[in-house]
Design a protein around this ligand. Structure first.
Ligand code: FES
Length: 114
């Protein structure tokens, strides 16, 4: 496989379908960690910042927890998020949401959109 283009976040095939990955990106001028979630050929992204206490959601870089119900679970205190809107549906920040970051899939890679 070709080396990843500099501006791409990650290769689509590097994310398991239904799974997660983490990538660093500059969003609105700030270096941020992103949660990337693959759903078939689509990828959604959110800032890797939990609305509960501002912690990262992964327990080690790029290692995210997914519940049996298919929710993303914050490793810090167990807030659970659905994977379309990034809304917290259970746990200490119920009703709040992850901040979504627009991304697109092009040429087999995931890019910041726009
Ligand atoms: S920081 Fe995520 S549940 Fe507390």
């Amino acid at each position: 496989m070709e080396p990843r283009p500099d501006a791409a976040l990650i290769a689509l095939e590097a994310i398991a379908d239904g799974g997660f990955a983490e990538s660093e990106a500059v969003v609105e001028g700030d270096a941020e960690s992103l949660i990337l979630h693959r759903d078939g050929d689509a990828v959604r992204a959110w800032l890797n910042v939990c609305p509960h206490a501002g912690r990262r959601l992964d327990w080690a870089p790029g290692q995210f927890l997914k519940s049996r119900e298919g929710l993303l679970v914050c490793a810090a205190h167990g807030a659970s998020f659905e994977l379309v809107q990034g809304e917290c549906v259970a746990g200490p920040c119920r009703g709040e949401a992850l901040r979504s970051v627009p991304v697109e899939v092009r040429d087999g890679y995931v890019w910041l959109a726009g």
